[in-house]
Design a protein around this ligand. Sequence first.
Ligand SMILES: [Zn+2]
Length: 132
Amino acid sequence: MPSISNTPYLIEEIAKNCKKFAELKITGPCHIKFALTLAAFLPNLKVLSIRCSMIYKDALITILDELKKLEVLNISHCVLIEHPPPSPRRVLKEIDESILHKARRLHKFITCTSDSCLMCTRTRNDGGMTRW
Ligand SMILES: [Zn+2]
């Protein structure tokens, strides 16, 4: 997830059948459609981990704005992309102040975008798709 087919169906089924569902860990590119699906069907999510993946800035902002009960967000070792395609791909080296400001309400916002981090380097080399 979220690159598997028909993610909205899967998320909707989780929402219907798992009333206490509160924690989700995904790997794979996290785009705006997936963020909106989470907001629509799992608005009570408390913990979300997207580590070692690619995440678009608009998706990250949607997650921070729309998942109002989110307490923990882990985006460590992620490749953060400024704009979704077809814009030229621009990797953000640092998490900007607008995102940090939105993340202040969380109990934990776990990040790592270090040039010297092996896991960040692997994620960058793999283009945000975990291959190791
Ligand atoms: Zn890292």
